[in-house]
Design a protein around this ligand. Structure first.
Ligand SMILES: Cc1cc2nc3c(=O)[nH]c(=O)nc-3n(C[C@H](O)[C@H](O)[C@H](O)COP(=O)(O)O)c2cc1C
Length: 210
């Protein structure tokens, strides 16, 4: 397989300083709407990168469930690998790649747990099966077999019936950004990169070299 010959020219458009909103949140919102309009499946799928207490980075896909000027919210198991990383090091990075639009957005910031009430609101909006699934999985720990996982699920389904409580080990995190980068692919690898950094509570916008 010759991977070296796989390449593509990016020609869909450009990103100028004038086109960028002064607020990175509004800019994100605009690009997010455009990703939805373009018919991208799961435009809210994003990579979350965290760093372990030993300094080892790790990345995985999560679904963004809410965003506003307070930050970017996702839900997971607090005792998972990422949960452990975030407990020791609340600095994290999010990455959106919208291939069909030749765009990526990088975000860095500080993560905190949202309130139990906020987590409950989302948890109880999930289908019954997903709520049981949250209980059935000790996320990121070794499990003997697939069979055991399914047995756990069936047992919990039977035990709980229709009333599935919010597990204390499950909930939301919010990443409060200090840095954004909006990347638009261009011809000849001369891509557009517009960044926003938070300095003294103000967002400062700069173009960086591709
Ligand atoms: C499209 C997609 C969406 C996902 N969404 C979530 C999510 O919202 N929350 C979650 O905990 N895991 C989600 N996962 C699974 C994670 O990628 C990961 O396997 C899991 O959270 C365990 O990660 P960790 O061991 O690094 O903690 C998703 C995976 C994919 C491919």
């Amino acid at each position: 397989m010759n991977l070296a010959s796989l390449r593509k020219e990016y020609t869909l458009g450009g990103l100028t300083e004038e086109k960028c909103d002064v607020s990175p949140f509004k800019q994100f919102s605009l690009w997010f709407s455009e990703a939805r309009q373009a018919g991208i499946e799961e435009p809210n799928a994003m990579t979350l990168a965290t760093v372990s207490p030993e300094g080892m980075p790790s990345a995985r896909i999560l679904l963004l469930k809410h965003f506003d000027e307070q930050g970017f919210v996702f839900f997971t198991n607090y005792k998972s690998h990422k949960g452990n990383d975030l407990e020791h090091n609340p600095k994290a990075s999010l990455l959106f790649f919208w291939h069909e639009l030749q765009r990526q957005v990088r975000i860095q910031g500080f993560v905190h747990k949202i309130t139990r009430e906020q987590s409950a609101e989302y948890f109880f909006s999930r289908p019954l099966e997903s709520r049981i699934g949250a209980w059935a999985s000790e996320q990121s720990t070794v499990i003997e077999s697939r069979e055991l996982l399914e047995k756990n699920y069936a047992r919990l389904k039977n035990e709980f019936g229709e009333e599935i409580p919010l597990p204390d080990f499950w909930g939301g995190y919010c990443l409060n950004p200090i840095y954004f980068e909006f990347w638009q692919g261009r011809e000849s690898r001369l891509h557009d990169r517009i960044t926003y950094s938070k300095e003294n509570n103000e967002w400062s916008r700069k173009r960086i070299s591709p």
